[in-house]
Ligand binder design. Structure first.
Ligand code: B12
Length: 219
């Protein structure tokens, strides 16, 4: 029988080792034991970071990235209904989210969307690889309170900048105003300034808290 610390370590490394069955078994067990659901997601996230490093170092190929994405998706599928049940849904606000053009990573964006929904926000998700003009057109149509852009590859920053530029031009023409958030594993203050966003975060839950603060929703 393993103690809890060992199990916590295992989850990070089993995901990094792409041990699908063992990851799902530990998650199942921890859900059954009533353990913290956000902690499970954070550990899986840490495992994904290791996958990325192994890919960078040539230890994993693209199949490894795909497999890790698949395992993470299955974990989220197990956790999502429970998170929805456990969180209060009193707050409100409309958030438009999407992954910018040229980028197909959507796990982080989906996690943000799921958590926003859990906290009562209405989420309009444009999916991945969203062209700047389409992003802006949807924003004008849906008139969101906040717009969130996700991007994980450095090559997507240029498109992020372009998208934000069009969003600002179009919202000025249409007399709309909304803060723009950017997020993703490589985003920092420097990227935020470069792309012209208002706020940035590398943490989906911090993103939810930020949306609540911006819309003055009690936390
Ligand atoms: C899984 C994965 C994939 C999967 C994605 C599956 C999917 N459905 O998303 C697949 C196989 C498709 C893939 C493809 C590629 N990938 Co990839 N991938 C990864 C990996 C291992 C994990 C990403 C992930 O899902 N992490 C878990 C989630 C939860 O984290 P996250 O997305 O960062 O989100 C968190 C926060 O950032 C935040 N967040 C995210 N978005 C937003 C938005 C807002 C508004 C807010 C507030 C918060 C927020 O919330 C989340 C939780 O807190 C990363 C490694 C890494 N370190 O990130 C590489 C990585 C991102 N990929 C990389 C690369 C190079 C590629 C490819 C170019 C490979 C190739 N040669 O084809 C392609 C790109 C294709 C494209 N055009 O987009 C590089 C990027 C390097 C760079 N500097 O650009 C990384 C960093 C790997 C590496 N170290 O080299 N990849």
């Amino acid at each position: 029988m393993k103690n809890n610390n060992q199990t916590d370590q295992d989850l990070v490394h089993l995901l990094a080792d792409l041990e699908e069955e063992s990851v799902l078994e530990i998650v199942r067990q921890r859900i059954q034991d009533g353990k913290d659901l956000m902690q499970i997601l954070e550990e899986c996230n840490a495992g994904m970071q290791i996958v990325g490093t192994r890919y960078e170092q040539g230890e994993y190929y693209i199949a490894g990235l795909i497999m890790s994405g698949e395992i993470f998706r299955e974990v989220v599928e197990m956790i999502q209904p429970l998170l929805v049940k456990n969180t209060d849904r009193k707050s409100s606000g409309r958030i438009l989210v999407g992954t910018v053009s040229g980028d197909i990573h959507d796990i982080g964006k989906n996690m943000l969307g799921m958590l926003l929904s859990c906290y009562g926000f209405t989420v309009i998700d444009l999916g991945v690889d969203v062209p700047p003009a389409e992003f802006a057109a949807k924003a004008m149509e849906s008139k969101p309170d906040i717009v969130g852009l996700s991007g994980l590859i450095t090559a997507s920053f240029e498109k992020m900048k372009e998208t934000i530029q069009i969003l600002r031009e179009e919202s000025a023409k249409n007399d709309l105003s909304f803060p723009i958030l950017v997020g993703g594993g490589m985003i920092d203050e420097q990227v935020c300034q470069y792309v012209g966003a208002d706020y940035w975060s590398r943490d989906a839950m911090a993103g939810v808290r930020l949306c609540q603060a911006l819309l003055e929703i009690p936390q």
